[in-house]
Design a protein around this ligand. Structure first.
Ligand code: GRG
Length: 299
């Protein structure tokens, strides 16, 4: 697939997002038992969002296996459920106590705290169940699930969140500690999204290595841009309240490096991410275009 303009990427992203949305809509249909729980799950998982992680899974699979990538759709949707869970829990009063998410009241504000907690729990389980639905050889599926579990648990996102909650307010993180926290909190799931797409289509070790290099840099750049948007972004476009990092005295890239240097760092990482693909002969343009999107995004 060749993208000649940014419009092409927009169309690609839109199509892939719509495929994920349609899959989620079918899966998170209201259920008569515990209907309030299903409503809260659908409210939190079907409410927009860029679908970056799911699109990365699809694009990676398509890059390596252009004819048969659609079989990974359940995993892409599952990863988006897991990501939505992390946002619901992150927004809870005991964590970031956020009012807005994706332009709407957060789950606990729209429903209540207990419902939001349970909706997050159920989205996690539903997401993992979806990851088992792809029609893929069981050994590849097992590897994928194990990768995702590692990325989400104490060795990944949950560990990173713990460090964020209990360390970053202390104003004493070094750059490498900040980076380590974000590798876990944000980077691990982004990396797993890419590698899941690769494993599910039986990528070679060399391809997986190159894609890991791509995804690690992409994840870090994504977080730096996230920190910059919190400083410079517009709450209406962000769909959440800007300026929260400062209000909560969080340690961020702009705080440690300044805004200009932080942007340079993100640009350098995106360049390296693309080189990692190029060196391995992975030429699928969507992966390059997604890297640019991560840098240029406004929300
Ligand atoms: C219960 C196993 C378990 C884990 C929960 C709460 C938590 C542990 C982790 C929080 C992780 C977190 C919220 C990281 C922030 C990542 C981040 C920058 C999210 C924003 O992602 P976008 O911009 O969001 O892709 P959209 O809305 O576009 O999907």
């Amino acid at each position: 697939m060749t993208f000649t303009t940014k419009v092409d990427l927009k169309v690609f992203l839109q199509e892939r997002r719509e495929q994920i949305e349609a899959y989620l809509k079918e899966t998170l249909k209201p259920n008569s038992a515990a209907s309030r729980l299903w409503e809260a799950m659908a409210y939190s998982a079907q409410n927009g969002g860029k679908r970056l992680r799911g699109v990365l899974t699809l694009a990676t699979a398509e890059a390596l296996q252009p004819s048969d990538w659609q079989k990974v759709l359940p995993v892409a949707a599952g990863i988006e459920c897991i990501h939505s869970m992390s946002l619901v829990h992150d927004d809870l009063p005991c964590m970031d106590d956020a009012e807005l998410r994706r332009g709407k009241p957060t789950c606990h504000r729209a429903f209540d705290e207990a419902t939001a907690l349970l909706a997050g729990d159920a989205l996690l389980v539903e997401g993992l169940a979806l990851c088992l639905k792809a029609e893929i050889d069981p050994p590849l599926q097992n590897k994928t699930i194990s990768l995702i579990l590692d990325a989400v648990g104490a060795r990944g996102m949950t560990g990173g969140q713990m460090i964020d909650l209990f360390e970053t307010g202390k104003d004493n993180l070094t750059l490498s500690q900040l980076e380590q926290m974000h590798r876990l909190k944000t980077g691990a799931l982004i990396k797993a999204s890419v590698l899941a797409g690769a494993i599910l289509v039986n990528a070679s070790e060399a391809q997986k290595l190159a894609l890991a290099g791509y995804a690690e840099r992409l994840g870090l750049a994504f977080q730096i841009v996230d920190d910059l948007l919190d400083c410079e972004g517009d709450s209406a476009i962000l769909g959440k309240q800007a300026g929260q990092d400062l209000a909560q005295n969080k340690c961020t890239y702009p705080k440690l490096l300044g805004e200009t240097e932080s942007r340079h760092k993100a640009e350098g990482l995106i360049q390296e991410a693309k080189e990692s693909l190029k060196e391995a002969g992975i030429e699928f343009e969507a992966l390059y275009a997604i890297a640019d999107f991560v840098l240029e995004r406004q929300s």
